[in-house]
Design a binder for this molecule. Structure first.
Ligand SMILES: C[S@@+](CC[C@H](N)C(=O)[O-])C[C@H]1O[C@@H](n2cnc3c(N)ncnc32)[C@H](O)[C@@H]1O
Length: 289
């Protein structure tokens, strides 16, 4: 199987350059995904102990195949906010932690779970398909004000009122079941000058709902709070959204964590051209005091 076809990991070389790994490191990878970073790390440091976590069973199944040739890899189906609860089960403490936030290209393009506005799919958006909350429920059950707040805070969208009115009117007529139904609401909800602007709006709207469905901001906040107890551990976090990076930057400063990368590392123009996911990716590496 060509794993790269499903998901190209971002910022691999900057991560390898600045993560300060050694052959006896113990890595907890909170977002194992398709094991792209895992494979890159293990290929360079084959004796590292590698413990991966992912909410998505489909991702875990692929990651297991990809890592089958390494004997020191263990993968756990759990949210990364709970990774420290597994320390006893795996009998080791991490020396390094990696988080590559958000969804994988596979989840967007091929999971049929409504992460993309490019295909007509059910409004699901769950990374963990056993979780309760779906995008459909958010769009049908949240009040007008709750939806406005969601789009403003999670999606960084200014003036989402018209969009929310359309969502509410369409849901009352039972016309909000698929991703294309939601795209219709976006068409009505904003005045855009170009196809590019329209795609940018769709991206923000879909992202805001996905973040809500998967509790992504809370996951990050919970992880960071628990992490503080593990002094000496080196942590690398790749974010794709300004909100997440802003929160992380402030957290590192407020808690006096040691910045290994003084500024966030970003991909070159050439890399962004090859892999569009690189465009918004920012990597921060720091050490817990
Ligand atoms: C961007 S992909 C990671 C890709 C991976 N680094 C690679 O190179 O293949 C993010 C993955 O993290 C998982 N994920 C996102 N949030 C999570 C969370 N809070 N807990 C566990 N897994 C999570 C998603 O299901 C997805 O598989």
């Amino acid at each position: 199987m060509d794993f790269k076809q499903y998901h190209q990991p971002v910022l691999v070389q900057p991560l390898l350059n600045h993560f300060n790994l050694a052959n006896d490191s113990i890595v907890f990878d909170g977002t194992m995904g398709f094991a792209g970073h895992a494979e890159a790390i293990l290929s360079e440091y084959p004796s590292i102990r590698y413990i991966g976590f992912d909410k998505d069973l489909a991702a875990i199944s692929i990651a297991k195949q990809r890592c089958a040739r390494f004997s020191n890899v263990q993968i756990i189906n759990a949210p990364f906010s709970s990774m420290f609860q597994h320390v006893n089960n795996v009998s080791v403490l991490p020396t390094h932690i990696l988080l590559d936030l958000g969804v994988s290209s596979f989840q967007i393009d091929q999971s049929n779970r409504g992460f993309t506005f490019q295909k007509n799919e059910p409004l699901d958006m769950r990374m963990d398909t056993n979780a309760n909350l779906t995008a459909n429920q958010v769009l049908h059950d949240y009040s007008h004000d709750a939806l406005v707040e969601l789009f403003e805070t999670q999606g960084d969208i200014r003036g989402p009122q018209k969009l929310v009115e359309k969502i509410i009117s369409n849901r009352q007529k039972n016309k909000l079941q698929t991703t294309f139904d939601l795209v219709d609401c976006v068409k009505y909800g904003f005045f855009v000058r170009s196809r590019r602007q329209f795609i940018a709006m769709c991206t923000k709207v879909f992202q805001a709902i996905r973040i809500e469905v998967n509790g992504e901001m809370n996951e990050l906040k919970e992880f960071l709070d628990h992490m503080l107890k593990y002094s000496g551990v080196i942590v690398a976090i790749i974010t794709f959204q300004p909100n997440e990076d802003k929160y992380l930057k402030a957290f590192i400063k407020d808690h006096g964590l040691i910045r290994i990368t003084k500024k966030p590392l970003q991909s070159s123009y050439q890399e962004c051209k090859k892999n569009p996911r690189e465009r918004t990716a920012k990597l921060r590496i720091f050490q817990i005091q």
